[in-house]
Design a protein around this ligand. Sequence first.
Ligand code: PMP
Length: 443
Amino acid sequence: KSKKLVGYAPICSGMEDFYTRRVYHRAQDCANRPISSAPDSWIDVVERYSNDNNKTLHRTSNSTRCINLGSYNYLGFASTDEYCTPHVIESLKKYSVSTCSVRVDGGTTKIHSELEELVARFVGKPAAIIFGTGYVTNSAVIPVLIEKGGLIISDSLNHNSIVNGARESGATVHVFQSNNPAHLEVVLREQVAAGQPQTHKPWKKILVIVEGIYSMEGEFCRLPEIIAICKKYKAYTYIDEAHSMGAVGKTGRGVCELLGVDPADIDIMMGTFSKSFGSCGGYIAASKEIVRYLKHACPAHLYATSMSPPAVEQAICALKVILGEDGSNRGAMKLAKIRENSNFFRSELKRMGFEVLGDNDSPVMPIMLYNPAKVPYFSRECLRHKVAVVVVAYPAVPLLLNRARFCISASHSREDLVKALEVISKIGDLNKMHAEDNRKKLE
Ligand code: PMP
C-alpha cells in the first residue's frame, strides 16, 4: 500500500527489542521537559547506552541535540515563556515547590482555587477540580463515579489510566471498537437488554468513556454521534481531552469546539496540564454537584499532596495566554501555528508516500511501519540524523501495527519541519532500497 517503508529493515538482532523499548522510554522521558538553553522545538536526547556492534550495552552520558517530534508540547509552553516563566518563578518563591499537604488540609492555596475556576470557565463547565497528574485523575476519579452494579463502556484504545480506573471501580467493563459509534450502539443495546450479571437487574448507571484525540491514531473522537447514542440509552459521557484541550479548536477549547459540540452535552470532561499547557497535573470539569461530590469522596483529593504551586501557576498562565488575558495575541497565534504546522507536515508526509493515520488539524501523526523489525531501524536512523521521534510497538499497539508517531508543536519552525521531513523521507527510501536488495538476493 505504502510507497515507502515496505519490506524488511536491513538490521535485526536480539538487541533490537531492547533498543526499541529504550527509544520509546527515552522519548517519553523527554516529553514536556523545559530546555531553556535551546529553542523549544529542539531537545537534548541523552544516550544512556551505547550499542557496541550489537553485542554489549555500555552506559554513556553522551547527548545529541535533536529536533523534537516526540513530546506533547503542542503549544510550545514547555519552555521559557515571556509571560509564564516570570510568574512561575514568583510562585516558586512565594509557595515553594510543594505544599507538603493534601488539598483538604493546608494544600489549597489561592492559585489552586484560581486554576479550578479558570479551567471551568475555559472548557465551558460550571465547576472543576484539579489533581496532581492526569494519570491519577482518571485512575482515581472513575472508581468514585461508578461501582459494582454499574456498566462502563470504554473505547478499545483508551489510555491505560482509564483502563486502570475502570478495573478498579468494580463496575462491569465492556469495550467497543475504537471510535466506532455503530459498534458502541451494538454493545450498549446488548448490555442494556442483558442487565447486570446473574441478577439481570437494570444497570445502576452506565458510563461511556472516550478520548478527544486518540494518541496512537491521531484521530478525533466522533463525538456528536457518540453523544446522540449516549442520550438514547441514558448513558453518562466521560471524555479524556488530554491531547485535544488547548491544542485544537479555533480558540483551543478542544474537540467540542472543533466539532461543534455543546460542553453541556458531556457529563465529565477530563484533561491534563502536561501537554498543551506545558505543566503537570490533571482536572475534571463537570456540574457543581459532581465536582462537590468528588471533593468529598475522591481519595486523590483527600489523601494526595496537592498539585505543585509552580505547576499550578504555569497552567494558569498558559490558559491566560490562550485566552488572550496576558494582554497579547500570542495564544491565537500559537493556535493558528499548530494548525498550519500540523496540516503542512501531514500533507508532506502523504505526498512523500507514507501511510499517515489521523485527521487534518490533528497534531498527532502516526505513520505505519507495520513490521516490528523496522521500528528500531527507523528510530535509530532518525536519531542519527538528529530527529527525536517516538516509535510505538507492541504491546502499546497490536503486534503488526507498529508505527512511528510524530507530535507537531506550534514551536516548530518551518525550517525544523522541512529538515525533519527530509530525514524521514530519506529513511523511508533507504528502507525501500534495502527491501528491494533483500528481495533480489532471495530470487
Ligand atoms: N490520558 C491520556 C489520553 C494520556 O495520553 C495521558 C498521558 N500521556 C494521560 C491521560 C495521563 O496524563 P499525565 O501524563 O498528565 O499524567
